[in-house]
Design a binder for this molecule. Sequence first.
Ligand code: PEP
Ligand code: MG
Length: 313
Amino acid sequence: SASAASLVTSGAGRTQDGHPVGLLANIAGPADGVAALEADAEGVGLFRTEFAFLDRSTAPTFDEQKALYTAVLTQFAGKKVVARTLDAGADKPLPFLPLGAEENPALGVRGLRTRVRFPELLGNQLKALAAAGAESNADLWVMAPMVATFDEAAEFTVLARGYGIRTCGAMIEVPSAALRAGDILSEADFVSIGTNDLTQYTLAADRMLGAVAPLLDPWQPALLDLVALTVNASDGKPVGVCGEAAADPLLALVFAGLGVTSLSMAPRAIAGVRTALLGVTFAQCQQVAEAARKARSAREARSAVRDLVPAAL
Ligand code: PEP
Ligand code: MG
């Protein structure tokens, strides 16, 4: 693109006029951690802990988990690391978690829901995360995937705090959670919006199914409305976005304008989003967010935003 030559490759995320927007990395383990640090990420916004165990036929032990978490937390000493508890099921089947055949896996036992059948797995993971956190200087935050209700968020935060996790949160990736984000944030310390699943469930379009891919567009105004609802219910608590949508520089400006406090993405996308933020003021972010939400389609939203931002972006 026209701005490629002037990509800003370091520094905390902020708009031209200094409004901060945290630039964090999505990682699956220490190798991605290296890439995140090279991209000068301010920390990790989504540590997908299940990725290290995708090919395992037996559950990872406490010691194996503690070693992995310690390796990542040590890389990010002095920085924030948001670890997500195992997100098994649907698009991320784990061989050691036999969930059985389901007609609709995306609507089935996945994410936090697996705790009912495998309670010791979640307990063991929280214990390993807490132990790794206690041995490192990173700022460990822990969140649960696929939270749908206040009760689930409350149960998770009580459980995690019981194991010594200090900062506990929930992913907002189910429409019911976005609609009731205020309730969830009355118990959780933070939330992080997973736009991949939130788009899937809002549009009722399977993220694994190519035939419905055109519906899976995070520029859909309905998705932006749910992001806005979440932020407006947050009462100053952190609201991140950690789905792939955060890696789109123009959409990142929309999220910033809606009041999202951090954006987490693949390390290679960070410089582009950092550069886009520096190219506009916070007032411009708010203006593009308003324009995007006024649109009636993803296409209209995208072109309205493109018309409002400097051509180089
Ligand atoms: C999401 O759903 O947006 C997300 C970040 O999690 P995953 O893609 O791992 O489901
Ligand atoms: Mg998800």
